[in-house]
Design a protein around this ligand. Structure first.
Ligand code: SAM
Length: 236
C-alpha cells in the first residue's frame, strides 16, 4: 500500500525550511553519499532488532503506517517496506540530499510501499495521532533539541502506537563519520561552515531514560547492547 504524503498543511510545510541556508549549510547535503555509505556498509544493521521489538509475536497488520524520523538514505524504511509489503513506510529527513538518495534507492529496488519527504523532525507537518509506528536511528547525535523531537514523536503516534529508537553510546565512535564528513566537505566545497557539530551528542543511560520521561508514555523500556542503546515506548 503506497503511503500518502504527510505534508498537508502549507503553514507547517513552510517550517521545514525554517533557516535561509537550510539547503547549503548541512554536511548531509554536501557529502550525502559519504553518509549513505557509512549507513549502509559500516554502521550496525538493527533491522532484526526493530522487527522483534515491535512485532514479537506476529507480523505487522495490513495498513500499518510507519514513519522514520531523520531517515538519511532510508535504510530502515526501505528494509521494512520490502520485508512487509502490507505496511506503508514514510521516511522523513531535513536534508534533500538524503531524501533524493533514499528515493533513488527505493525506485531502483522497485519498492512501492515506501515514500520519502523533506520534513523537520521538530515540526512534523501532520495532524496528531497519524502513525502506528515511529522509528529513529542515530537522530539525536545531530539534533539540537531532542526533547522537542520526543514531543513530536509522541504527538504523531496513534494511541497504542510504538516508537523504537536506536542511539550510539560512545561519542568518539559516533563522531568519526561526522569528522570524516567535515574533512571531505571542507576539501571538496568552500563552504562557510556547516550546521552539524564536530562531536556527536550521546546520552548517558540516565539522560537517555530521562528524555523519554518527558512524555506520558504508557510503557518505556530502555536497554543497551554493545556500542548502542535502545528505547521502545508505547503510547497509551
Ligand atoms: C546521523 S544521521 C542518521 C540517519 C539514519 N537514521 C541512520 O540510521 O543512519 C541523522 C539524520 O538526521 C537528519 N536530521 C538532522 N536534523 C533533522 C531535523 N531537524 N529533522 C529531520 N531530520 C534531521 C540529517 O539530515 C541526517 O540524515
Amino acid at each position: 500500500m503506497p503511503p500518502d504524503t504527510i505534508a498537508t498543511n502549507p503553514e507547517t510545510v513552510a517550517r521545514t525550511s525554517d533557516h535561509p541556508r537550510e539547503q547549503t549549510d548541512s554536511l548531509f547535503e554536501h557529502v550525502a553519499w559519504l553518509y549513505a555509505f557509512c549507513r549502509e556498509k559500516v554502521f550496525r544493521d538493527d533491522t532484526e532488532r526493530i522487527i522483534s521489538s515491535l512485532w514479537p509475536n506476529q507480523e505487522p497488520e495490513t495498513g500499518t503506517s510507519i514513519i522514520e524520523l531523520g531517515c538519511g538514505p532510508g535504510f530502515y524504511s526501505r528494509k521494512l517496506a520490502t520485508r512487509f509489503p502490507q505496511i506503508s513506510a514514510t521516511g522523513v529527513d531535513r536534508s534533500l540530499g538524503q531524501i533524493s538518495l533514499a528515493r533513488r534507492r527505493a525506485r531502483a529496488e522497485a519498492i512501492e510501499n515506501c515514500a520519502f519527504e523533506q520534513v523537520n523532525a521538530l515540526h512534523i507537518p501532520c495532524e496528531d495521532a497519524r502513525f502506528d509506528v515511529l522509528i529513529a536511528s542515530r537522530l539525536f547525535t545531530v539534533l539540537p533539541d531532542a526533547e522537542r523531537a520526543i514531543f513530536e514523536m509522541y504527538r504523531v503516534l496513534k494511541p497504542g502506537g510504538q516508537c523504537f529508537i536506536a542511539e550510539p553510546r560512545y561519542s568518539t565512535w559516533a563522531s568519526i563519520p561526522l569528522l570524516a564528513m567535515w574533512l571531505l566537505a571542507c576539501l571538496l566545497h568552500s563552504g562557510n561552515g556547516y550546521r552539524e557539530p564536530h562531536k556527536a551528542t550521546v546520552y548517558t543511560r540516565d539522560d537517555f531514560a530521562a528524555l523519554f520521561a518527558t512524555q506520558p508514555w504508557e510503557t518505556v523500556k530502555t536497554w543497551r547492547d554493545g556500542r548502542y542503546q535502545y528505547a521502545l515506548c508505547q503510547k497509551a
